[in-house]
Design a protein around this ligand. Structure first.
Ligand code: FAD
Ligand code: UDP
Length: 374
């Protein structure tokens, strides 16, 4: 077979680039995907009870990038959805990100008033402060107590479970994704655009890839294709160290095990996701109906159990944001320049960056505009 572009991986990065190259440049694209489906980690499907579930953990779309929202909007309608999370602290479900409402759920009203006054005086209203920053900057006994309390009860054990590292051992951006929010806004994200693809992610990907110049080959890893396909250029969206056969050593990733549970109850929790920072081996439970708005009898939810990644045994879901691993990544990045632009690398695993879906799309659109379409 002969194509213009070979794209490895049918996730957001691969699918968006395939669509752009096929529709804007009129070139022939072959996507090779090792799994038996498109949509990468955003893949969803109807389980045996007829409930739309996310095979690789809960995916909630949110972005401030209008061009990303508008671009995907050509391939899906949106179900309006604002994600809410409760986290169990001292046996009580409190709003996460930790905010002024969380204070009133946990502390006696007059003490909560005092803490709220001090937070407002020191940081101001509607301000987001990462936990590691609040611990450094909090002044006075009360705020210092509060900073330690949130650190110990919300972040420390959750982060150990999720990453097997402490918040300090990771890049500060990780815990800063869920900052303390000095506000009464209980939503998990404050992005301008938030929602779920009305008919699901997989259906949105079907629309993205529905172009005469795009072919998708499933159940096939890139290695198996060697010699079978001729191509001008290639885009690789899998783990960058896999591509280079780990010549500088393996990049570390974090994996997860997902346990899906069906219950005959119509709902099993009050909000989309409940976090368990301190109890259980899992970090959180997510009830899919809450995200998708699907109306059915019974409900399906998923528990997420973090695991070490072992190549060949489980899936590399998260790059691990830590400076020493970034340095190792840079050694692979240096290898890329030796390929003289014939192979491009993009995506959460190929860039070794903790991208959300909108960032993966933005990265793909920008790679197309700045490097491919020129
Ligand atoms: P992927 O989706 O990983 O796609 C890469 C594809 O390449 C995979 O399908 C893989 O099978 C294939 N591949 C790899 N190597 C090869 C090979 N050698 N040969 C053939 N195929 C190969 N983002 C959000 O915005 N909101 C969320 O709520 C959210 N929740 C998440 C929850 C979890 C548990 C996880 C793990 C991620 C979550 N994300 C979320 C992030 C989101 O999944 C990523 O941003 C997005 O999937 C990145 O797309 P990608 O195309 O770069 O990678
Ligand atoms: N986090 C935490 N407690 C929480 C929620 C998040 O400690 O209740 C930390 C944890 O380190 C986690 C990170 O913040 O990995 C980012 O959380 P997010 O919900 O963004 O993770 P993701 O959805 O990407 O798994």
């Amino acid at each position: 077979m002969k194509v213009d572009w070979l794209i490895v991986g049918a996730g957001f990065t691969g699918a968006v680039l395939a669509e752009r190259i096929a529709s804007q440049l009129g070139k022939k694209v072959l996507i090779v995907e090792q799994r038996d489906h498109i949509a990468g980690n955003a893949y969803d499907y109807y389980d045996e009870h007829g409930i739309l579930v996310h095979k690789y953990g809960p995916h909630i779309f949110h972005t401030n990038a209008k061009h990303v929202w508008d671009y995907l909007g050509k391939y899906t309608e949106w179900h309006s959805y604002y994600h809410h999370v409760l986290g169990y602290v001292d046996g009580k479900p409190v709003p996460i990100p930790f905010n002024l409402n969380s204070l009133y759920t946990l502390f006696p009203p007059r003490y909560a008033d005092k803490l709220a006054d001090q937070l407002l005086a020191q940081y101001g209203f509607n301000v987001k402060v990462p936990i590691l920053k609040i611990r450094e900057s909090a002044t006075g006994d009360d705020l210092r107590f509060l900073a330690d309390y949130i650190y110990n009860n919300v972040f420390y054990h959750y982060t150990r479970k999720q990453w097997d590292l402490t918040p300090e051992e990771l890049g500060p951006g990780v815990t800063a994704r869920v900052p303390i929010y000095i506000s009464r806004d209980d939503r998990y994200f404050q992005d301008t655009y938030q929602g779920m693809p009305k008919l699901g992610y997989t259906e949105m990907f079907r629309n993205l890839l529905n172009h005469k110049n795009i072919k998708v080959l499933l159940n096939t890893s890139f290695k198996e294709l060697e010699g079978e396909v001729q191509y001008e250029r290639m885009i690789f969206t899998g783990p960058i160290d896999d591509f280079f056969e780990h010549c500088h050593g393996e990049l570390p990733y974090r994996s997860l095990h997902f346990k899906f549970i069906h219950s005959p109850e119509d709902n099993m929790q009050a909000v989309g996701t409940v976090n368990y920072p301190n109890e259980y081996a899992y970090t959180r439970t997510t009830e899919f109906k809450r995200l998708t708005g699907q109306r059915t009898f019974g409900t399906t939810y998923v528990e997420e159990y973090p695991q070490a990644y072992k190549r060949g045994e489980n899936t590399p879901y998260y790059p691990i944001p830590k400076e020493e691993y970034r340095e190792l990544y840079r050694r692979y990045e240096a290898e890329v320049t030796r390929l003289n632009g014939r192979v491009l690398f993009a995506g959460r695993l190929a860039d070794y960056q903790y991208y959300n879906m909108d960032q993966a799309v933005a990265r793909a659109l920008s790679l197309f505009e700045k490097t491919i379409a020129v």
